[in-house]
Design a protein around this ligand. Sequence first.
Ligand SMILES: Nc1ncnc2c1ncn2[C@@H]1O[C@H](COP(=O)(O)OP(=O)(O)OP(=O)(O)O)[C@@H](O)[C@H]1O
Ligand SMILES: [Mg+2]
Length: 280
Amino acid sequence: MLEIRQVTRRFGQNTAVRDVELEIEQGQMVGVIGRSGAGKSTLLRMINRLIDPSEGSITFHGKEVSALRGAELRRWQRDCAMIFQQFNLVPRLDVLTNVLLGRLNHRSTVLNLMNMFTREERIRAIAALERLDIAQTALQRAGTLSGGQQQRVAIARALMQEPKVILADEPIASLDPLNAKVVMDSLADINAREGITVITNLHTLDTARAYCNRIVGMAKGAVVFDGPPEALTSEAVRTIYGGEEGAELSEAITSTSINVPAPQPARKSTGQAQPALAAV
Ligand SMILES: Nc1ncnc2c1ncn2[C@@H]1O[C@H](COP(=O)(O)OP(=O)(O)OP(=O)(O)O)[C@@H](O)[C@H]1O
Ligand SMILES: [Mg+2]
């Protein structure tokens, strides 16, 4: 069980997340919705410890996440895999190596320095790619794949971490409707079959309704709705997104079908240092 108690995060004068109180049982599929700037990403990033709360506590099975250091922190970041809107693959490495990178926190530093993956790890990586139906791309450079394929690679990499929780920050916001469906179906399948808790920020209501058994609505940093999709009445939707009584909500908020895909990430070299991994 993941427990978020009275969590607040401030950036200077701005309170991004305000007194958030959530208990998330293992195996739930939770959709977090809300306007841009509502605090959705900040909340996910605090769970994963990419940033720390200003106040409050986050515990997983009773253990204080914000107190973890060193090896324990790495173990936690392995237990909760993160999936991003822009995939965050290493574009110049092949797909298989990108998936194998999900194992890094499972291994000793020595093995990592030697760039060695075991045969078993490689078999598992291929199996993960097969599950996402993209095994045929294994030897292609990740940067040459379409957005939908790249997000499936990112999910395969997350699976290699053998996580207990998957945190997905707008995983389908850069994808066309067909790829969005493939990615959400994969997350739902992983949730149902492995019992991995999935917490995902979503821009559109219909996706949250279709895939999540619990919806958390945020507005101005606070949780203003928490319940099953059936409880998400139009009044609740107005509380989350704002707007006048009786006013029509923008289709862009409620439906993916007309989403204009965001520009794909640049595929050119970023100039960043790449992990020195030998061919697998
Ligand atoms: N690193 C940061 N430094 C300063 N302010 C930040 C930082 N990260 C987030 N904020 C602010 O915190 C608030 C919440 O941002 P956050 O990214 O969590 O919103 P969001 O709900 O994920 O929005 P979106 O739907 O646009 O992704 C915003 O006002 C944002 O400007
Ligand atoms: Mg965000």
